[in-house]
Design a protein around this ligand. Structure first.
Ligand code: DP6
Length: 320
């Protein structure tokens, strides 16, 4: 028997950047994201006659990523009382490790495939909790549209829920691939380092307020408010990295150039905002009428820039 699940990646508009418990991946803050239509992972699980193995895009992976996946699946097996050997195959329709948070779709798809393979009939809440243990951001990829991951206080209370599965907001995300090199500092390490910033407490203290404001922006269909808040929240996250001890950054020279372009476009009346995750690429939040102008300017300012247009994607689904 083979079970396959598909999960779409998500981009946080209010970011998860700091853990209360690294093993359980309990966050120090709640976060909110938009699930994307264009980027997703398909993962299948079947029985193995020998060892548990992991293939990504048809290739066996290095020990680090294989261990992360295999240890995760063992952990789920322990929780539910299974011990068989498995073959796990994932196909990523996401530029891996280019700052598009591919681990969000990866661990959500894996939790889904596990649920299907063992016929567990888990609820979305339970699936979100399990996905979270693999990678925090994956908790939100169980849901489509806008999702909130409430931080909770222990393993059972930290999961995501759907804020709006089918949003009507005119909101597009342009994923601008400036630099596709594999990122040097993983999110797991980056967020640990960020906790040494003297501004970290301020980051945590602002979380309730920023989350509530973002939820209000979404509920009142206020794109401007959503964009301003998302940009501020991302800038705060990256300011933590700059001010960590020792400091670091995911930005490359082209990241700064792209930030300034977004600011210039806004001055010219083309409304757009940026958000940036654990990598050098930027994602632009905008509305349908502005996409062409933004593409034109980015294509003229950067050589070989790749821009992928995305909008709202669906939650977890099962393929067979
Ligand atoms: C910047 O979910 O990749 O994309 O839980 O350690 O696997 P781990 O981290 P991960 O971190 C995502 C960080 C982010 C912000 C976000 O998606 O909320």
């Amino acid at each position: 028997m083979k079970a396959t699940a598909r999960a779409h990646t998500n981009i946080a508009l209010i970011k998860y950047w700091g853990k209360a418990d690294a093993k359980l991946r309990l966050p120090l803050m709640s976060s909110l994201s938009m699930t994307l239509d264009k980027f997703y992972t398909d993962t299948s699980i079947e029985k193995s006659s020998e060892n548990t193995e992991f293939y990504l895009n048809n290739q066996k992976q290095d020990t680090e990523s294989t261990n992360r996946v295999i240890n995760y699946v063992r952990r789920l097996q322990n929780e539910f009382g299974f011990s068989d050997k498995l073959i796990i195959k994932s196909t990523n329709h996401v530029p891996t490790a280019a700052g598009l948070a591919s681990s969000s779709s990866a661990f959500a798809a894996l939790a889904g495939a596990f649920n299907k393979f063992y016929d567990l009939n888990l609820s979305d809440r339970e699936l979100s909790r399990l996905a979270r243990i693999g990678s925090g951001s994956a908790s939100r990829s169980i849901f489509g549209g806008f999702a909130v991951w409430q931080k909770g206080h222990d393993d059972l209370s930290s999961f995501a829920y759907s804020l709006d599965e089918n949003p009507q907001m005119d909101l597009s995300l342009l994923a601008v691939e400036l630099n596709c090199q594999k990122k040097k500092v993983s999110s797991t390490l980056g967020m640990k380092q960020a906790q040494t910033s003297p501004f970290f407490d301020t980051w945590i203290n602002r979380n309730d307020y920023e989350l509530e404001e973002m939820i209000t922006a979404i509920k009142s269909n206020d794109f401007t408010k959503l964009g301003e808040l998302a940009e501020l929240n991302a800038s705060e996250m990256h300011a933590l990295n700059f001010t960590a001890q020792p400091g670091f950054t995911y930005f490359e020279p082209d990241t700064i150039k792209a930030i300034k372009l977004v600011q210039d476009l806004r001055q010219k009346g083309i409304e757009c905002y940026y958000t940036i995750d654990a990598g050098p690429n930027i994602k632009i939040l905008t509305q349908l009428r502005n996409i062409k102008d933004i593409e034109k300017i980015f294509e003229s300012e950067f050589n070989n820039v790749k821009i992928i247009k995305a909008s709202f994607g669906p939650g977890l689904s099962y393929l067979d």
